[in-house]
Design a protein around this ligand. Structure first.
Ligand SMILES: [Fe+2]
Length: 125
């Protein structure tokens, strides 16, 4: 049984999907079960992944790497940053060379952020 907003990955072809509507079936890709990506919340290595939320004049700024930006090179970068604010989901896709951050022009008190690193997986604030 899946849950809404879970992220699954195919370890063979690299497909990544988000659940928009939960169902009882097991997700399969390339003839293998897809892996549920665990939302990590604590950094143990030097590199920082837990999204950091800042309020700005325009809304919300989410950064990956508080004092030092997370790398944004071809082999290792933040693919997207997502926030869930009052039940609504917003996502910004990033590419190598971008800053590892995303600004969302919304006002909300209750915000959760997630980000996906192509090497280190899924992280949640
Ligand atoms: Fe990383």
């Amino acid at each position: 049984m899946t849950k809404i907003r879970e992220i699954y990955k195919c370890n063979i072809c690299g497909n990544i999907v988000e659940i928009l509507h939960a169902g009882v079936g097991q997700l399969v890709c390339c003839n293998e079960d897809m892996e549920l990506m665990k939302e990590k919340t604590e950094d143990s290595s030097m590199e920082k992944h837990v999204p950091y939320i800042e309020k700005t004049e325009n809304g919300i700024l989410v950064k990956v790497g508080q004092n030092q930006d997370h790398p944004m090179v071809d082999e290792h970068f933040i693919e997207w940053i997502q926030i869930i604010a009052d039940g609504t989901s917003y996502r910004k896709f990033l590419k190598p060379g971008d800053k590892p951050q995303a600004e969302f022009q919304i006002k909300s008190e209750k915000i959760e952020a997630r980000e996906y690193c192509n090497v280190h997986g899924l992280w949640k604030s």
